[in-house]
Design a protein around this ligand. Structure first.
Ligand SMILES: C[S@@+](CC[C@H](N)C(=O)[O-])C[C@H]1O[C@@H](n2cnc3c(N)ncnc32)[C@H](O)[C@@H]1O
Length: 242
């Protein structure tokens, strides 16, 4: 098993304030679930983070979450009390249970830097799905990561005068590092700097579909911003049926 690249130990406490409630993404995920698995009752989210997607899906499904970061899970525990949450690596997770849907969204799979780790997630996902079940995940595309690297930093004010600056820089073997700098405002003229670096890698959609075909009978690929995926797509959603 490769180096565990998770981070989030530092960024977890600022995640929700900077990423919002993720309602738009949850609505899109739900539209794909309604289309492909309208009778789904149970949903497992791998890399559930602070539980924002779980919270939005909870009124409609029995939800369960898995994440590797105890700091992210600590936020989730408060947000979705009563929802089963497990600290586990999505490459090796084994809950001994099956679900109608497995989700892995907001480029969580891009955090795994080797393709064999992506394949491990596909295998573990298949082992957690009921017959006819659906795996829904998204990726930042190779195009998006290449286009963002070296660009102007992303700057966001949030909270009570706090500031986040993200620089995306090239890393070895086609990866990029998201260098997250959070300036926490302590008083009018005093800030505390928190740093976190999150590495992401992507792979061509055709290679991903090839690996998925070993476990799933049908695969659909969507770009929420276009009528169909294109080489310029920045984020793709894959829906895979057992
Ligand atoms: C960008 S966040 C997405 C969180 C959530 N899915 C959302 O939509 O807000 C990525 C998450 O992936 C988790 N993660 C990264 N590597 C992981 C692994 N190997 N196993 C489980 N979770 C992992 C991180 O801890 C983090 O919470």
């Amino acid at each position: 098993m490769g180096r565990v690249v998770t981070g989030y130990g530092v960024y977890a406490r600022f995640y929700d304030a900077t990423q919002g409630d993720r309602a738009e993404h949850a609505t899109y995920v739900r539209s794909l679930l309604k289309k492909h698995q309208p009778r789904a009752k149970t949903v497992l989210e791998l890399a559930c983070g602070t539980g924002s997607i779980l919270k939005q899906l909870q009124p409609h499904y029995e939800v369960t979450g898995v994440d590797l970061s105890k700091e992210m899970l600590a936020v989730a525990k408060k947000k979705v009390p009563g929802v089963p949450l497990f600290q586990s690596d999505m490459r090796t997770v084994d809950l001994g249970e099956r679900f109608d849907v497995v989700l892995c969204v907001y480029d969580s799979i891009n955090h795994l830097t080797r393709f064999r780790d992506w394949e491990a997630v596909f295998r573990r996902t298949r082992a957690h799905l009921n017959g006819g079940g659906i795996f829904l995940f998204d990726i930042n595309t190779v195009h998006r990561l290449a286009a963002s690297s070296g660009g102007a930093p992303f700057v966001q004010w949030f909270g009570d005068g706090d500031l986040m600056v993200i620089e995306i820089v090239d890393a070895p073997r086609g990866a990029v590092d998201w260098q997250i700098n959070v300036f926490e405002r302590l008083s009018d003229s005093t800030y505390r700097l928190h740093l976190e670096e999150i590495r992401e890698v992507s792979f061509p959609a055709e290679r991903i579909r090839g690996a998925l075909r070993k476990h799933f009978t049908r695969i659909w690929t969507y770009d929420a911003r276009r009528s169909r995926p294109s080489p310029r797509s920045e984020r793709l959603h894959f829906v895979c049926r057992v």
